[in-house]
Design a binder for this molecule. Structure first.
Ligand code: DC
Length: 222
């Protein structure tokens, strides 16, 4: 199949908007591949932290990104033969990912990896710039959002559920700082792509959000 006709569903949104869960379930329902683009920025961040790379050195960070030895195996994420599925979810790694994602050279280095996920029968791509930059010709673009309070509460429950201690005030501050950085950067900022359906999930369950996305997808071409 010619790559450009393989359907892409782009699901973008801020941190803890529920896009990971929704994108994953939509992919499962449709039998599509799933691209967690945030994981690629997190893998680069984790590599940089572990190697002690200067987090202001755009060139060195881009080199790391370009040579990432990673693979996605079922639900597991492997970096240089190590299972880092849990490690990349740490708050420090997420915050570092958000910082290094402001560098053009890092974003460029991760481009090919992301495009490689476009395989038959289709892909659900989750991130910040899936619909605006990486897959501008996605058949469906969704921008998931939720209030800062709802997102902080979700993140809090996630962390507590994993046995990680968390403080609501710190989480709120981190979320706001991350939103500001992701939204106000000059390259590929977090904004709804042109033609995106905006879905506020503050008062929706994950199942309701999934049902809405599937309904939009089913309505294409009708
Ligand atoms: O979705 P996430 O929280 O795992 O992403 C971590 C960081 O990576 C996010 O704060 C910004 C960056 N990111 C990005 O700039 N572009 C993407 N497509 C995905 C993530």
């Amino acid at each position: 199949m010619v790559t450009s006709v393989i359907p892409v569903i782009a699901i973008d949104g801020p941190t803890a908007s529920g896009k990971g869960t929704v994108a994953h379930r939509v992919a499962d329902k449709l039998g599509f591949h799933y691209l967690d683009s945030g994981a690629l920025y997190r893998l680069t961040a984790l590599s940089a932290i572990r190697r002690g790379t200067d987090l202001n050195d755009e060139h060195a960070l881009a080199k790391l990104a370009e040579h990432l030895q990673c693979s996605f195996q079922g639900g597991d994420i492997i970096l240089s033969h190590e299972n880092v599925t849990e490690a990349i979810r740490a708050e420090e790694v997420g915050n570092t990912a958000s910082k290094i994602a402001t560098f053009h050279a890092v974003r460029h280095a991760l481009l090919g990896l992301q495009l490689g996920f476009r395989k038959a029968p289709g892909v659900v791509a989750d991130g910040r710039d899936m619909g605006s930059v990486i897959f501008p010709n996605a058949v469906l673009k969704v921008f998931l959002t939720a209030s800062v309070a709802a997102r902080a509460e979700r993140r809090y429950k996630q962390l507590i559920g994993k046995g990680i201690s968390a403080n609501m005030e710190d989480l709120l501050m981190d979320l706001q700082a991350r939103d500001d950085r992701d939204t106000n950067r000059t390259i590929a900022p977090l904004v709804p792509a042109e033609g995106a359906h905006v879905l506020d999930t503050s008062n929706l369950t994950a199942d309701e959000a999934v049902a809405q996305v599937l309904q939009w997808y089913a309505a294409i071409g009708k």
